[in-house]
Design a protein around this ligand. Sequence first.
Ligand SMILES: [Zn+2]
Length: 216
Amino acid sequence: MSKAVVLLSGGIDSTVVLALAKHVSSEVYILFFDYAQPQIDRESQAVQKILKHYGMSHNTHGSRIELPLREFSLSGKAWPEAFIPFRNGTFISIATAWAESNAFDEVWTGMYNYPIRSRAFPDQTPEFLGAMRAAVHIGTAGRVRLVCPLEEMSKKAVIQLAVKYGVPLDFSWTCYHPLLLGTIPCGVCDACLKRRKAFTLAGIEDPLRYPEQNRS
Ligand SMILES: [Zn+2]
C-alpha cells in the first residue's frame, strides 16, 4: 500500500479525496495551506472537524503551511475572484517536496479539469495536470506519483461519491464570503452557487444552511 500526502482545503473535493486516500493507503498525511485567503478561519475549522472525523490530528497527521500567495496576487490586476496565479502548481510542488523528503510515494489532489473552453483557470486544465504529473514523476526520479481521482468527474458525481463513502459533507466548507462571523455561507458567491447547483443536480440535500433557509 502507498503512503499518501493529501492536499486538504476543507472543501468537498479535497475531503472526498481524503476519504478515498484513507481507503487505499497505508498512511495518510495532509497539508493545509494558509495562503491569506479571506475564508482562512472557516476553512481551518472545517479541516479540524474533518480530521477529527477520520481520527486524525493536525499535529501528527498533517501540517499547516503559510504561504501568502493571495497577497502576491493583490497587485491591482483584475483576476477572477477565485483565481490565485499558479496556486495549484505551487501546492502540488510543495506536497511533492514533502512526500519525497518523508518517503511518501503519492500526492493526492482534488483538482478536477476546468472546462477547456475557459482559460480563466489555466492551472486547472487537462494539459496542466498532465504536465504536472510528468514533472512530479521526472522531478522525483519516479519516487512520487501525482494522483487526481476526481479529474474527469463532474461536481455532481463528486457529491454522489461523497455520499457513497460517508464523507462528512456537513463539515465541508466552500463559501468565499461567510456571514455572521463565519457561521453561515453567503449562498450567492461563485463557490456557493457551484456547490448548490451540484447538490441539486445530484438530488442530495446540502447539509449547510443558507441565509434564506435560516430566516424561514
Ligand atoms: Zn458564498
